[in-house]
Design a protein around this ligand. Sequence first.
Ligand SMILES: *Cc1c(COP(=O)(O)O)cnc(C)c1O
Length: 470
Amino acid sequence: MSVPPESALLERALYHALTYLGRLDEAPVAPVVSAEVLRARFDRTLPDRGLEPERILDDLVAAADGGLTGSPSGRFFGWVIGGTLPSAVAADWMTTVWDQTPGLHAVAPAAAMAEEVAGTWLKDLLGLPGDASFALVTGCQMAHATCLAAARHALLERRGWDVVEHGLSGAPRIRIVTSCEMHGSVTRAVRLLGLGSGSIERLPSAADARLEPDVLRAALASAPDRPTIVILQAGDIHTGAFDPFEELIAIAHEAGAWVHVDGAFGLWAAASPAFRHLMQGASAADSWATDGHKWLNVPYDCGYAFVAHPDPHRRAMTYRQDYLTHSDDVRDPMDWNPEFSRRARGFATWAALLELGREGVADLVDRCCRHAEALVSGIGALPGAEIVSPAQLNQGLLRFPSSNVGATEADHDARTDAVMAAVAATGEAMFTGSTWRGRRVMRVSVSNWRTSERDVSRAVAAFERVLGAG
Ligand SMILES: *Cc1c(COP(=O)(O)O)cnc(C)c1O
């Protein structure tokens, strides 16, 4: 074996990686440098001649310092952002070094096979039909796009329209029915597919953010002949709510609609015996989208699309060309994925699932939910805090009303934002806000294996100090 030319460089990268991870526990969790500082560090003159790789690496690490969000840390509770499991990071490093593009088995056999096996494991773990087709894509938004492309194909084919050949001009207009809580990534997927965001009808949801059967039934009855996609939610980003799948899917199917489930993080409830009931009936849907980079804790660039009807899925995605080398007897991921060349995402997923095992995935889900509960009730019990929505699954909502006499809703909103910012400034914990039903709220979201009870206590203590300071 010879020593490769990048040997010293990669050892230096390992040193930087371990230094970063080793400091996670003490480092501020929120970024601490401004855009101006970052620009000044990154925006140098592009050199005519290249630089020494080791110097570039050191410069990169120095330039990013303080500008990294501490999302790999257990004290990060913003948006919905998972951490990274050790074996997934290691597999991801190998993915980079191996540099495989798994569109075709013939191009990258091991990468294609890791995807085939990972997809099969995922269906089993998430309680989805064993004969569903799947694709490993960049994230949940592209999983939506993949699933909805299959839906579009199937619905129009039923009306004698070949969308692959003729596109959408002149096609029957597809209607998309969902609740007003729908995630924005669905809108973007709908836009990318040329269905038009104006085709989305947002129905009012109940107080707990669930879509009610009567509301859906009435909406579907209002235009019985239109090709229709019903989009349901497993895990609302505000309340964590799950739509009542059993009833809603039956109603949608009776009306001839395709049912797609957005379960970016919520689909993982199915992997836990304690939370599985929330997914009751969801396996009867026509397609499902979820993320790997959120709750499975694989590095970014990983989502999963599952489709109950392989035929329209394949026909919406497949592409054949003479210069490519297609396989007939093994799975070619390109038949199911929207991309041509892309990252070999299956290795990290395969590794993460092996590191956790069935019980480990369930335990990860349960632990995160327990921590979310402890955060919402712990912070919510402090003077100056108020629980807006108790923890459901791994999400919950809080608010910090102003104590000023005659304070208005705007004052409560401003105070809520100010408390979140003050806590982030302590470096101890980071949460992010939203506007829910007209009011500013702080979202609590836990989806990192690294989060511990100590992290939760540190976060609650940070709020206690900030709220106590008035
Ligand atoms: C994060 C999220 C998405 C989008 O997922 P990406 O991986 O960012 O594309 C969609 N739906 C819900 C509920 C989410 O939380």
